[in-house]
Structures are given as C-alpha cells and as structure tokens.
Design a protein around this ligand. Sequence first.
Ligand code: NDP
Length: 290
Amino acid sequence: MSAHVINGKEIVSSYRAEIKEEAHALTARGTQPGLAVVIVGEDPASQVYVRNKAKACEEAGMYSEVHRLPEQTSEAELLQLIRELNGNPKIHGILVQSPLPKHISEERVVEEIAVEKDVDCFHPTNVGNVTIGKDAPLPCTPAGVIQILKKVGIPIAGKHAVVVGRSNIVGKPMALLLLREHATVTICHSRTPNMEEITRQADILVVAVGKANMIGKRHVKPGAVVVDVGINRLDTGKLAGDVDFEDVLDTAGYITPVPGCVGPMTITVLLRNTLEAAKRASQAETAVKA
Ligand code: NDP
C-alpha cells in the first residue's frame, strides 16, 4: 500500500491564515509584529531563505526588514547592528541567517541577541528554558515537525520516535520536543553502528542529516511515519530530501515531501514566534503605562 503523502501546503496555509488574523488584530491594537533578518555574505541558498522569510512576513501582515551585509563585515560591526535591533521597538524578532563567514563566531552572535527577540530559539537561555519545559519560543524546524504531526492527527505519546541527526539546530531540539510530547526517543548519528536496526524500530522517523536520499525502505518499519527535514541541492539543480521518497513510498504509512512540507512549516513557526514576541512586548508596554 502506498504511504499517505502529507499535504504540507494545506497545513501551512491554514496555520498562516490563523497567524495573519492574530497579527492584524495586534496591529489594530497598536503593535505590528516586526522581524529583522540579517544576512552576511552572498551564499545563494541563504539569499533564497532570507527572501522567503521576508516575503512570508509581509504576507502575514507583519513588518520586516532585511539587513544585507558584505562578506567582509567584522564581528564587531555585526554585534553593533544586533544591539541596535535589540533596542528597536519596531522589531520583535531577530534572525541571523547561518552560515556566517568563518571569521565571525555564530555562538557570540547568538548570545548578543536579546533573549525575548530570539525567535529562532538559538540563545542558550532559551535552549535551557525549552529543555526544562519553561515558557520560551520553540525552535522553528522541530516545532514545525511537531505541528505537522499534530495537524495530521498522528499520535506521539508512547510512540517510539527515532531522530537521525544530532545538530543543535534540528536533531537535538527535535528529540527534546518529541520527549516533551511523551514519545520514547532514540537519536542516531554518524557514529551509530547498524543504524538500520534502530530506524526500523521507529513508529515516527525524523531524518535531519543533509545527505540526499540516504534513507531507503530498508530503514523503515512498514506503516511508520517518515518526516524528512533534509534539503539537498542535486547536480541537476532539483531539491531532494534525505529520504529516498520513491523507495520508501510503499513501506511508510505517512511521508512528508521535499520540498513543500517541513521547509515552509519552519518559516510558519518563525512567524508564530515573532507574533508571540510582539504580543509579549505589547503586554509589557501596557503594564508599564498602567
Ligand atoms: P548538520 O550538518 O549540522 O548535522 C547533520 C547530522 O547528521 C549530524 O548530527 C551528523 O552526525 C548526522 N549524520 C551525518 N552523516 C550521517 C550518517 N551517515 N548517518 C547518520 N547520521 C549522520 O545538519 P543540520 O541538522 O543543520 O541539517 C540537516 C538537514 O536538514 C540539512 O539537509 C539541512 O539543509 C536541513 N534543514 C532543513 C530545514 C528546514 O527548514 N526544512 C532547517 C534546517 C536544516 P554527527 O553529529 O555524528 O556528525
């Protein structure tokens, strides 16, 4: 039997409609949610991501500004811009697009972003808060995956979830959010021997590696939910996920397509985080006036 292909477009468009409505209501009360996106250098993929984020923001009725800095920008100059954005009342979310040029420390840059404007959830304080279950913006890609599972109605509690990849951006926080949803979680990475034996036990398999088509039917239990986070540019120019979609289609129960599911959902969570940051800023301002 062929897997149910999750309709990312439908899920994303209904979620964005909700966000747009709330953003308009907040704007009508005097606070238009605002996102600043900072990009350093000319990396073509990053340029596309930044354009998509700014466009999504505008379509949701939010304010957005893009700061394009040249490759030779110094760390001190970038930190100065972040401090300015931290103090700018029109901006509720700050996102610095990675990768940064090698002479700039991503860690240092992330730490400079005001915790309340860290809509990517990369700041160590927010990472810590998410880890201990305190209120904080949720990391965009992993939270997007959880949203997709919930919107499709896939139960998570009590299921065995296997995450392939352990990066700070996707793998680790993904495992953490699945744990928060009461899954039993296993993480695989490049040093995991016999990975197929582990992935074949997964009820929910989330793959975030960055290697085109590396996961095939031999890795998948019949009927499993397969979520493909990977985005890989093939020599042909086409995009491919980490999962060999055609190979897995007859084995999986559900599968997310690439492109068109986790990618746009990630941007949608970014919008949600910016909206929530703007709501908190507006409440804080009202409290000060009262
Ligand atoms: P990283 O390169 O930071 O991490 C890759 C992870 O995969 C590492 O933990 C690595 O293990 C593991 N890995 C590498 N080779 C293997 C292997 N053969 N078997 C098992 N594990 C392996 O990548 P990211 O997490 O940043 O991104 C992963 C993918 O997701 C990329 O394609 C990226 O483009 C995509 N992505 C998509 C997003 C979206 O919005 N859809 C957002 C962010 C990323 P080890 O730690 O041992 O080296």
